[in-house]
Design a protein around this ligand. Structure first.
Ligand SMILES: *[C@@H]1O[C@H](CO)[C@@H](O)[C@H](O)[C@H]1NC(C)=O
Ligand SMILES: *[C@@H]1O[C@H](CO)[C@@H](O)[C@H](O)[C@H]1NC(C)=O
Length: 430
């Protein structure tokens, strides 16, 4: 054999072994071929405790965020409009201005009283589209909130910043952040870092995922999806630095969240087509400096997750997603005929880098399966979930949901055996 050819063959085989084989073998996992559709025993009765909050108003809320007693949700106003224009689902029908502007909605639910408020956007120009997707809300000072919302305008996707004051019935538009000239064509979700007087760099500072490289080529996006191309990225923005691409090579960068505590600033990013969540350490105010963003750990899961959320007690990373992602576009097209499996897990954050569980966990930290809903009984196309052990509550919504689901996290009827198992598990993992 010619040596050069032998070299090429070896290189090819090495590539095959190191890249293609794992790449191909991940397909059945992604598609949920051998998935066992059973939540963990401690969540077996969760489903029976669920009610749907405001199904007529809270439609297609891809993302919601709980801050204190407030649940803020970014929702579709009109299914017909959303089915025509929603870049994340490869809907690019520009409908020639037919329905006028797209005006999705932002709501607040008071979790104490369950009162729903449609938040008016009175200073947001009437002529501008507002097509909601990912979002983040932070409390910048007591009662003052800063809200970041991805807006897929038909003339380009941007991130809008609004102010919200506790008790008010409106959000006030403050800023539009347009990262398209830096390559942020397809923002998906946002993780905002609080405004700090000490560091001008952190003002209006946020990370945003960019899920696709192709802007509006439906075919290009189909390739990215089917071949799971690592063309997603993460951008960092602050007033003083502007937009910078800080992470690349992610197969559909989607959910993003983190810890804002300056003592423990950690960023979590989901590369969903690799079923992977990666934790990074970041240096607030110095993210662009050398060592400003360093990888801590990869967590490989067994499904295509979507948004990420950290529980109030900082102990769990919650993520909802798509158990049979191949059915999502079919459900989108025929919501009454084909279901799109909803799933939600939580991963322990108190065992980061430490303990590796042995109880059927699918990640490299303790993972609990909360919702395994193949038929979409609770809802179709789940994208966001979060729980609260102290309040014993769990919330979930998604692309095809009508209403935000509220459940008891640890439902009554949990039998003694399960409680025992749980206690045992706790002991094990302490
Ligand atoms: C964003 O910036 C780009 C490049 O400067 C511009 O072409 C585009 O119109 C802007 N998009 C919006 C929605 O303002
Ligand atoms: C989910 O989709 C299936 C199939 O179309 C449908 O039967 C079911 O009612 C949907 N679930 C909800 C909660 O709407």
């Amino acid at each position: 054999m010619h040596t050069a050819f032998g070299g090429i063959l070896l290189a090819f085989l090495a590539l095959l072994a190191s890249y293609f084989v794992p790449w191909v073998s991940q397909f059945p996992v992604i598609l949920g071929i051998n998935r066992v559709w059973r939540p963990d025993p401690q969540f077996a009765n969760l489903q029976e405790s669920c009610t749907s909050l405001y199904p007529a108003e809270l439609t297609g809320c891809e993302k919601f965020k709980i801050v204190g007693d407030s649940l803020f949700a970014a929702c579709a106003r009109d299914w017909d409009v959303r089915k025509k224009w929603f870049p994340p689902m490869r809907e690019f029908e520009r409908f020639g201005g037919a329905p006028g502007v797209i005006r999705d909605r932002v709501y607040r639910i008071d979790l104490k009283t369950k009162e729903l408020t449609l938040l008016a956007m009175s200073n947001f120009p009437d002529a501008l589209d507002f097509c909601a997707h990912g979002m983040d809300v932070i409390e910048v000072s007591p009662g003052e909130f800063s809200m970041f919302l991805v807006n897929h305008r038909r003339d380009g996707s941007v991130i809008e910043n609004f102010k919200y004051t506790a008790g008010s019935r409106e959000i006030v538009h403050v800023d539009t952040f347009n990262g398209t000239s830096y390559g942020l064509y397809n923002p998906n979700d946002v993780f905002a870092i609080p405004v700090s007087d000490a560091s001008p760099d952190s003002e209006k500072a946020f990370f945003a995922t960019n899920d696709h490289w192709f802007k509006d080529s439906a075919f290009g996006r189909l390739l990215e999806l089917q071949l799971r191309l690592p063309t997603g990225s993460v951008f960092y923005h602050s007033k003083s630095t502007g937009f910078n691409k800080v992470l690349t090579g992610l197969a559909n960068a989607n959910g993003i969240t983190g810890f804002r505590d300056p003592q423990n600033p950690v960023l979590f990013v989901a590369a969903i087509l690799d079923c992977r969540i990666t934790a990074y350490n970041y240096k607030p105010g110095a993210i662009l400096a050398s060592g400003g963003l360093t990888k801590l750990k990869d967590f490989t899961l067994d499904f295509v997750m979507d948004n990420l959320a950290i529980s109030k007690d900082s102990k769990w990373l919650y993520f909802a997603g798509h158990g049979e992602p191949q059915n999502l576009p079919k459900h989108w097209a025929k919501p009454d005929e084909i279901s799109s499996a909803s799933m939600a897990y939580r991963m322990s954050l108190t065992e980061l880098g430490g303990h590796f569980g042995t109880r059927g966990e699918t990640g490299e930290s303790r993972v609990e399966k909360i919702v395994m809903d193949r038929a979409g009984v609770l809802g179709n196309g789940s994208t966001t979930a979060i729980g609260d052990d102290e309040l014993n509550k769990f919330w979930m919504s998604g692309l095809g949901f009508n209403g935000i689901l509220e459940c008891d996290l640890h439902a009554a009827g949990e039998n003694a055996e399960n409680e025992e198992a749980e206690e045992e598990a706790e002991e094990d993992y302490e």
